[in-house]
Design a protein around this ligand. Structure first.
Ligand SMILES: Nc1nc2c(ncn2[C@@H]2O[C@H](COP(=O)(O)OP(=O)(O)OP(=O)(O)O)[C@@H](O)[C@H]2O)c(=O)[nH]1
Length: 385
């Protein structure tokens, strides 16, 4: 057994009294972990639960009973009580939460212990589409159980299997509707390409190229057993901070001409049948142009068509945006951040900005982005006076 697999020392959980400090009143960031079946999600979580990183993280796992030592321990302890859930405070300050009834109920139970931890990690079932759960936690002040007031979505991590991922993506790209693996990549803010120890370096780079083509806005970390600095995974504020968007076509950084890249100078379109992405440079905008862009985004996200185009014109290349991010610069110098998950979006004042960039950027990830019609439609927005 190596260090990674060390069974954590369990210490008795001490019931927290209501904490009235500021830590109890601020919203707790939530990170969703999704990933391909067997890609290494549990391995990543086990690492986080056992390493001494100084963060108090509550982890909600939804799959029990496999060979993972920590999961087995959790079940044993849980079965001693009358309740179907149990919380264990681990030696490194993390909380491990095993609740059969996963998702919302688990998080609700967990929030009763607010103050005992400062970050929540939620593992989704292999191949689950993270989009719906991400949009549930993002901007949900009216969320029925009030969890939206307590929780803020920090980011979505997708763990991709370096061995089987490429095949899975290929199979999913051949289905009529974009398969789940592509949706996971599209919806991710951070991608871990795991098990890179098992494949040749060239194959790793080829897969990185495909991932970046599908989702140019998410950094891709190459990992073995999920080993990556925790600060790269948590506290990334993917839904609040200005997005990190590529400076240039990431496809040109890598040698993967075998992919279907059109070497159009700019903007760039990456295509892997089904889901693809579009990265567009947005000029400095006047207020009417910003208003026109907002209307363009509304039409595309809510009506799934381009402004001025009827639904039937859209029928052949169904426009559907899974994720969008952007940074817009106004003539006044102010900078605005666009964040969107499915049909929910927000344009807000950028926080903590340094300098004013020469231009803004927009990344759209979804289906129906092929050809030049979407880019041309956007260019008409810049033409607004
Ligand atoms: N060689 C190698 N094996 C790995 C790596 N990461 C995980 N594994 C192994 O791959 C197997 C699956 O890992 P898990 O962490 O259980 O994967 P998972 O994504 O949680 O799996 P599901 O929940 O079933 O979808 C286990 O046997 C791990 O020990 C890695 O980077 N390299």
């Amino acid at each position: 057994m190596n260090d990674d697999e060390e069974i954590p020392t369990l210490i008795e959980h001490v019931e927290e009294t209501a904490d009235t400090s500021s830590s109890a009143t601020r919203r707790v960031p939530l990170t969703i972990i999704c990933g391909f079946l067997g890609a290494g999600k549990s391995t990543l979580l086990r690492r986080i639960l056992t390493e001494h990183h100084g963060f108090r993280i509550a982890v909600i796992m939804n799959e029990f009973g496999d060979t993972a030592d920590i999961e087995a321990k959790t079940i044993n302890v849980a079965s001693e009580g009358q309740e179907s859930e149990e919380f264990l405070e681990l030696a490194n300050g993390c909380l491990c939460c095993s609740i059969k009834d996963t998702g919302i109920a688990a998080i609700e139970k967990l929030m009763q212990r607010k103050g005992a931890f400062d970050h929540i990690l939620l593992e989704t079932t292999g191949l689950a589409d993270p989009g719906p759960i991400a949009s549930l936690f993002w901007h949900n002040e009216e969320f029925a159980m009030g969890l939206g007031r307590d929780i803020t979505l920090d980011g979505v991590i997708c763990v991709v299997d370096a061995v089987f991922g490429p095949q899975q993506m290929k199979e999913d790209s051949e289905t009529a509707t974009a398969g789940e693996s592509l949706r996971q990549i599209a919806g991710a803010d951070i991608i871990l390409l795991n098990k890179v120890d098992l494949v040749q370096p060239e194959s790793v780079e080829e897969t990185v190229g495909i991932l970046q083509g599908l989702n140019p806005a998410a950094p891709v970390y190459r990992t073995v057993r999920g080993a990556v600095e925790i600060k790269r995974l948590l506290g990334v504020h993917a839904y609040a901070a200005a997005p990190t968007l590529p400076e240039q076509d990431p496809g040109h950084d890598h040698d993967h001409d075998d992919l279907e890249h059109q070497h159009a100078p700019e903007p760039t379109h990456y295509e892997l049948r089904g889901i693809s992405s579009l990265l567009v440079t947005v000029p400095v905008l006047s207020p009417p142009q910003l208003e026109a862009l907002d209307e363009w985004i509304r039409t595309v996200l809510w009506e799934q068509r381009l402004p001025g185009e009827s639904s039937s014109e859209n029928a052949n290349a169904k426009l559907s945006i899974l994720r969008c991010k952007g940074l817009f610069v106004l003539h006044s110098g102010s900078q605005l951040v666009l964040q969107g998950v499915r049909n929910i979006y927000e344009i807000s004042e950028a926080q903590d900005t340094i300098g004013v960039p020469d231009a803004g950027k927009l990344v759209l990830i979804g289906t129906g982005l092929g050809g030049s019609r979407v880019r041309q439609s956007l260019e008409r927005v810049w033409g607004t006076k």
